[in-house]
Design a protein around this ligand. Structure first.
Ligand SMILES: Cc1cc2nc3c(=O)[nH]c(=O)nc-3n(C[C@H](O)[C@H](O)[C@H](O)COP(=O)(O)OP(=O)(O)OC[C@H]3O[C@@H](n4cnc5c(N)ncnc54)[C@H](O)[C@@H]3O)c2cc1C
Length: 556
């Protein structure tokens, strides 16, 4: 064993100081192992994507759910997961086993494990991916999206604290601005990593940093854990992996992730013997808006919508049921990519935006991120949240008008001047929709869904506006939002067994090599299958990072 002051060697190298890497590092240093934690970004970026996240975590049968009258169970969640994942490939063997273990974790020790680390939850549980097809189809039967009090930064903080403490105790050495370009292989085993030292950077967290090389490095260790994230900022890779079933790749993509989510480590690990599976499974959003105050290149923000906005394609045609806001992300993407356009529209009222627009990301939710009870209470009182109001004022994708003709004119102007949306057809659609509100029952699937959502206390309180006529001047002004495709999560990745050991083409573990978090498809090489129930990614980093840390500690 080498001395902790000799950073050229350690028991374990971890490549990537995002959430998965941090959790693995905590497990290893708790077990007394010496760790080198490498990241291509500077220290101010510690925590990677998770810092920017909304901090939504899927929990099953939690006290928060029970207090709101939600009855949930492991069996129901597992049924929902299977209906959502749609596992249908031979290589889904490990992903499916990871999924099962993960749902057990979410229904079991996840909440208490996180609480022991100081993580707390906002009391109103959100309902993401509502499905809408049938009980065995995709989507959450019940609300399960638990937002961390303090959002992403509060998810990361306990692990950063422990890793820093391990560094003080000499068990862990940070190596920022160290970009890995090669895994060292000897006799079929991974024994270290090499790459370039990048020039120091003062860039603010999340901003792109220079790739100027000022040196190189080689570190050896008994085990290497790859926790380098997905491919979301590398649009070339996204397009390359785009599956034919989703139509042509979008011409215009916004980035829902910082530039460091570049996917390079996937190819590098493959060259060292690791196998990548399910690269065509990705989780991109269809409700992206260009950030008027961007932090990273092509920075897009995802709207987390309540169910009431009218969703139209680029030509103004209403999307078919159940493609309502927040129901089926992948189904909507698939539908849109066959319309010939890579954007769509929400049409809504001021009354809807007040209650139903949340923006994903820690910086877009200062009330929750700053743990301000007073500000957070504003969500119950209503009123357009500050960050949403700023987008309405400055955002390139918003049109706000007092009348439908003026709105349509604004939408067509924003789309480049071609009159793709026809006023008469849209007016007919909206008037017919509004007329369905005359009775407390009717045939419009979306209105039925809105009424169903409001049967849940949490939705009625803060997420779903009372059904009303879109053309009611008292609910106005009218708002149209142009929605772009936003890259976010990589669902496939390095194939791993339940100990996070990377498997090779022959299905056997590559000695010395582990992977966790997004680079491993959050476990197994794709535990979500084709679709996600949401709030499963941070938890996936924690669960797989913990498994990798424990296994590498046992082996090194
Ligand atoms: C705005 C936003 C909102 C989100 N909201 C949620 C949510 O509410 N719930 C949820 O479950 N998930 C959410 N997510 C997703 C979740 O945050 C990420 O999937 C997760 O944090 C990924 O963590 P990771 O550790 O696998 O990778 P990352 O956070 O990407 O970290 C990987 C690290 O590896 C480093 N690295 C990469 N390649 C190299 C290399 N060659 N050499 C050295 N270092 C390298 C990178 O610099 C980076 O620091 C959100 C994400 C974003 C961006």
């Amino acid at each position: 064993m080498t001395s902790p002051t000799s950073p050229a060697e350690a028991d374990v190298l971890i490549i990537g100081a995002g959430l998965a890497g941090l959790v693995a590092a905590c497990e290893l240093t708790d077990a007394g192992r010496r760790v080198l934690l490498l990241d291509q970004e500077p220290e101010q970026n510690l925590g990677g994507q998770a810092f920017w996240s909304f901090g939504g975590l899927l929990l099953v049968d939690s006290p928060e759910q029970r207090r709101l009258g939600i009855r949930d169970s492991y069996e129901l969640a597992w049924q929902d997961w299977l209906g959502t994942a749609g596992f249908d490939r031979e290589e889904d063997h490990w992903p499916r086993r990871w999924a099962e273990a993960y749902v057990q974790f979410a229904a079991g020790e996840k909440r208490s494990w996180l609480r022991r680390r100081g993580i707390r939850f906002f009391p109103v549980v959100g309902w993401a991916e509502r499905g809408g097809y049938g009980a065995l189809g995709p989507g959450n039967s019940v609300p399960r999206f638990h937002v961390t009090w303090g959002t992403g930064p509060a998810v990361v903080a306990p692990f950063v604290e422990r890793v820093r403490d391990a560094a003080r105790r000499g068990l862990l050495t940070f190596k920022f601005r160290h970009r890995v370009s090669e895994l060292l292989v000897q006799g079929g085993a991974v024994v270290g990593a090499g790459g370039e030292v990048l020039a120091p950077s003062e860039a603010e967290r999340g901003q792109p940093t220079s790739r100027e090389v000022v040196g190189d490095f080689t570190f050896r260790a008994q085990a290497v854990i790859v926790t380098a994230g997905g491919i979301g900022a590398n649009h070339e890779l996204v397009r390359q992996n785009w599956p034919a079933r989703l139509g042509e790749p979008p011409r215009r993509l916004l980035s829902g992730v910082p530039a460091h989510v570049d996917g390079r480590m996937l190819g590098i690990t493959e060259r060292a013997g690791g196998r990548i599976i399910n690269p065509d499974r990705m989780w991109h959003y269809t409700e992206g808006i260009a950030n008027w105050a961007p932090i990273w290149p092509q920075h897009g923000i995802r709207i987390l919508p309540g169910p009431s906005s009218l969703w139209l394609d680029a030509r103004g045609r209403r999307l078919p049921g159940p493609l309502y806001p927040g129901f089926d992300t992948l189904g909507t993407l698939q539908h849109l990519m066959h319309t010939g356009y890579d954007y769509s529209w929400f049409v809504l009222t001021q009354k809807i935006i007040r209650k139903e627009f949340a923006l994903s990301g820690s910086e877009q939710n200062p009330d929750l991120t700053n743990k301000s009870v007073l500000q957070t209470f504003g969500r119950v009182r209503g009123g357009v949240p500050g960050p949403v109001a700023s987008f309405m004022q400055h955002g390139a994708d918003f049109v706000v008008r007092e009348s439908l003709p003026a709105l349509v004119e604004g939408m067509n102007a924003l789309a480049g001047g071609e009159p793709l949306i026809e006023l008469a057809a849209l007016e007919r659609e909206i008037r017919a929709r509004d007329a369905q509100l005359t009775n407390p029952f009717g045939k419009d699937g979306q209105i039925t869904a809105i009424r169903g959502a409001r049967a849940y206390l949490g939705d009625r309180l803060i997420r779903t506006a009372p059904p009303h006529r879109l053309l009611d001047p008292a609910a106005g002004p009218l708002i149209a939002v142009r929605l772009n495709i936003l890259t976010r999560k990589t669902l496939g990745g390095l194939q791993t067994d339940l100990s996070s050991r990377v498997l090779g083409a022959d299905g056997q573990p590559v000695p010395g090599l582990y992977a966790a978090g997004e680079v491993a498809g959050f476990g197994g090489g794709g535990m979500h299958g084709y679709r996600a129930l949401e709030g499963t990614f941070l938890g996936g980093c924690i669960f797989s990072g913990r498994a990798a840390g424990r296994a590498a500690a046992g082996a090194s």
